[in-house]
Write a protein that binds this ligand. Structure first.
Ligand code: DGL
Length: 273
């Protein structure tokens, strides 16, 4: 079992940001990364659709790749379906991602925090509960970033620039003076790839918070507890429900370290929702 791969899954290329952190934390592991590009973006689809896709991809990774653990490297899919996956696969070590509000509260001095995420994540009950649990500790400016994950998928630089300008503008006034936003939560795994573009609008002093490293540490803890840590040669296999050369190009741009060329994988089609 310890030699089996770890499944990592996102709607597209965003989870590569989490995979980078996983590889750094767990260099001896084999990873199978699944980009569900044929069904992306998730963030502007119904919760039922995203839940259905997430369950289908998890089933594919378990049945075809014998994964020993699954990292749902997508905030939108985690919000829609992590509870369903836990019920479906109670023995499988499972790690999800959610916008890092708690670390942001710990970091912020002004107590004004911006959260950039997909519409689906921000509208979810899971996020609502998380925000409510911290509502007395900070003010949160929530910005649904329609189109930004798609622009990143397409590596469409003009759209990325325009959307980063628009959404940082929607968040409010950045800076470290009282009342200003001094902390920005990257609540979608695609957004670390456009951090430099966002930074142009926030200024240097603003803290950016993403979830790659804590997710990788949690994965290590679960594997250790389950006695499933590997000690062999680390590897990455890339799968996509979309166009393989497109995932290869994204991996060449963003993935740290080598990966085998991507291949096409079509998990059992989910019911149309
Ligand atoms: N990367 C995903 C997330 O973390 C969502 C992108 C999408 O809308 O597909 O939420």
């Amino acid at each position: 079992m310890s030699d089996s791969p770890i499944g990592v899954f996102d709607s597209g290329v965003g989870g590569l940001s989490v995979l980078n952190a996983l590889r750094a934390e767990l260099p001896h592991e084999r990873f199978v990364y699944f980009a569900d590009t044929a069904h992306a973006p998730y963030g502007e689809r119904s919760e039922a659709y995203v839940a259905e896709r997430t369950r289908a991809v998890a089933r594919h990774l378990i049945d075809r790749h014998g994964i020993k653990a699954l990292v749902v490297a997508c905030n939108t899919a985690t919000a829609a379906a992590i509870h369903l996956l836990r019920a479906d696969h109670p023995a499988l070590p499972l790690v999800g991602v959610e916008p890092a509000l708690k670390p942001a509260v710990a970091r912020s001095r002004t107590r004004h925090i911006a959260v950039l995420a997909t519409r689906g994540t921000l509208a979810s009950r899971k996020f609502e509960a998380l925000q409510a649990s911290l509502a007395d500790q900070a003010r949160f400016s929530l910005v649904p970033c329609d189109g930004l994950a798609s622009a990143i998928e397409a590596a469409d630089a003009p759209s990325i620039a325009a959307l980063c300008a628009r959404y940082t503008g929607d968040a409010g006034d950045f800076g470290d003076a009282d009342g200003q936003i001094d902390t920005l939560v990257l609540g979608c795994t695609h957004y670390p790839f456009v951090a430099a573009e966002l930074r142009r609008h926030t200024g240097e002093s603003v803290h950016f918070i993403d979830t790659g490293a804590p997710v990788a540490q949690q994965t290590r803890r679960l594997l250790t507890a389950a006695a499933r840590l590997a000690d062999g040669e680390g590897k990455v296999e890339l799968l996509t429900s979309g166009v393989a050369p497109q995932l290869d190009a994204a991996a060449a741009r963003w993935l740290v370290g080598p990966a085998a060329p991507a291949s096409l994988a079509l998990p059992i089609a989910s019911a149309a929702v």
